[in-house]
Ligand binder design. Structure first.
Ligand SMILES: Nc1nc2c(ncn2[C@@H]2O[C@H](COP(=O)(O)OP(=O)(O)O)[C@@H](O)[C@H]2O)c(=O)[nH]1
Ligand SMILES: [Mg+2]
Length: 448
């Protein structure tokens, strides 16, 4: 699904991410490539234009150029914009009405209406525990009503019995009566399609719609048809007013142009996607997940998200300020340890903090032990504030007390105190040289 687009975007981002820093020209080139990838995916031109215009100010801003991982920042910016393009928040089927709620499925012949009617019924029955009745109003294609009946029986779903030669509006009324009698929550109406837009079809749908007053009028459109699906949605909306879209055959669609253009072009949300021929092959349309899938970089996005959520920026700035002045206390050290833990380890946090690229490498080479980090945290937590601010006062008896409080031995405490001394020395030295990212190797080795 959308693999062509994913492959292209992955290629673009891999190149950008390799660069240790990005200048404006590189970002511009990246954006041009993204633009082309979207056009190749059959995303509508105005949609692509707006997409690039929207990310541009964020992408060429200082924030990204100054960041240590500009490629990752760019992934995140594109991700956010993609989520918005796909419609922002996921929207479920609207059932806000006095039951039975009617759902009307419309679309061209072969778009997947009948299959989707059954998939949707199963989904709502399973997930919302609703009682559902299915009805075919397709009296034109021979065996169309039978097709729905057979599918429903196979999947243990209620279907309205067929009365030969009954007209769509009469069938619809019969369904509503039956639903009222049986205490049905939802009626799903499958309708007849034509091979192309046709006035008769539209006027029939209009009449059915007026008669059943549905909460949802859903266009079932074939994802493979790309921009044609989007145009179709516009025309259906003009004629019969749609409430939402379900895209089918997304499983076979390598490009994704319909999914990416639909919301912005038509204003209608996609609520589900069909991803195969089987009854369970219907997925709620989730813009965030889909954007992840399209970018193929879910891990980076969540990491950047985690960082911006978890890291207490003010505290970090505060520490940075103090480090610049060459003062470094156990409070600062504790804060760093906590942030590292929150981030799920050294790796994550180091790659995101400004100016730590080199430190990260050094740490990796030195095999920093995460268990030791936890022990160090426990030790600092067992210190009094006075001790944290002024470690020189930590005498033998204090060490014993801290050892008991933290469940560590005095040797580990001694080691930490020694490390800490080295660290403060290093910070002072670095603050003088003004080069934060580069720890002098002789100092680093003593830290181990
Ligand atoms: N691969 C795939 N096939 C689908 C999907 N939805 C429907 N189909 C197939 O499309 C064909 C036409 O579907 P149907 O429901 O009869 O279309 P209708 O004429 O609009 O009622 C059937 O062979 C379905 O199995 C889907 O999401 N993925
Ligand atoms: Mg059908």
């Amino acid at each position: 699904m959308f693999e062509n687009l994913t492959n292209k975007l992955e290629g673009i981002f891999n190149n950008l991410r390799k660069a240790p820093s990005l200048n404006e020209a590189q970002v511009e080139t990246g954006l041009k490539e993204i633009r082309q990838a979207l056009l190749d995916a059959d995303v509508a031109l105005p949609v692509v234009k707006k997409f690039i215009e929207d990310i541009k100010p964020k992408a060429v801003g200082q924030e990204i150029i100054r960041s240590t991982s500009p490629g990752q920042m760019l992934v995140k910016i594109v991700y956010d914009q993609l989520v918005e393009l796909l419609g922002g928040k996921a929207e479920g089927i609207n059932l806000k009405t006095v039951p039975p709620a009617s759902i009307l499925l419309v679309g061209l012949q072969g778009s997947g209406k009948t299959t989707t009617a059954v998939k949707l019924a199963k989904n709502l029955e399973k997930n919302l525990k609703k009682k559902i009745l299915l009805v075919s109003l397709d009296i034109y294609r021979p065996a169309a009503q039978d097709q729905l009946k057979v599918l429903c029986e196979k999947n243990h779903l209620n279907v309205l019995p067929i009365i030969k030669d009954q007209l769509p509006l009469d069938i619809a009324q019969r369904a509503i009566n039956a639903a009222n009698l049986a205490g049905t929550d939802i009626i799903i109406f499958d309708t007849a399609g034509r091979t192309q837009i046709d006035l008769n079809m539209m006027s029939e749908i209009k009449n059915i719609k007026a008669s059943i007053n549905p909460v949802e009028t859903i266009l079932i459109a074939d994802s493979l048809t790309g921009q044609i699906a989007v145009k179709l949605a516009n025309e259906f909306d003009k004629a019969v007013k749609l409430s939402s879209i379900i895209l089918t055959r997304v499983d076979g669609d390598g490009r994704g142009g319909a999914a990416l253009s639909m919301k912005q072009t038509t204003g209608k949300p996609i609520k589900f996607i069909g991803v195969g021929e089987k009854i369970d092959d219907l997925e709620p349309f989730r813009p965030d997940r889909l954007a992840n899938r399209i970018l193929g970089m879910g891990d980076i996005v969540s990491l950047v998200e985690k960082a911006s959520k978890d890291l207490d920026e003010e505290k970090i700035r505060d520490t940075e300020e103090r480090l610049k002045k060459g003062s470094f206390t156990f409070e600062d050290y504790l804060m760093q340890l906590k942030q590292m833990k929150k981030m799920g380890g050294m790796e994550g946090v180091l790659s995101l903090l400004p100016g730590v690229g080199k430190v990260k490498e050094q740490m990796q080479n030195a095999n920093v032990d995460e268990k030791l980090l936890s022990a160090n945290e426990a030790i600092i937590l067992s210190m009094t504030k006075k001790e944290r601010d002024n470690p020189d006062i930590i005498s033998g008896s204090r060490r014993k007390r801290i050892s008991l409080g933290s469940g560590t031995d005095v040797q580990t405490i001694n080691r930490l105190l020694k490390q800490f001394k080295m660290m403060s020395k290093m910070m002072k030295k670095m603050s003088k040289s003004g080069n934060k990212g580069d720890i002098p190797p002789e100092l680093f080795n003593q830290l181990k």
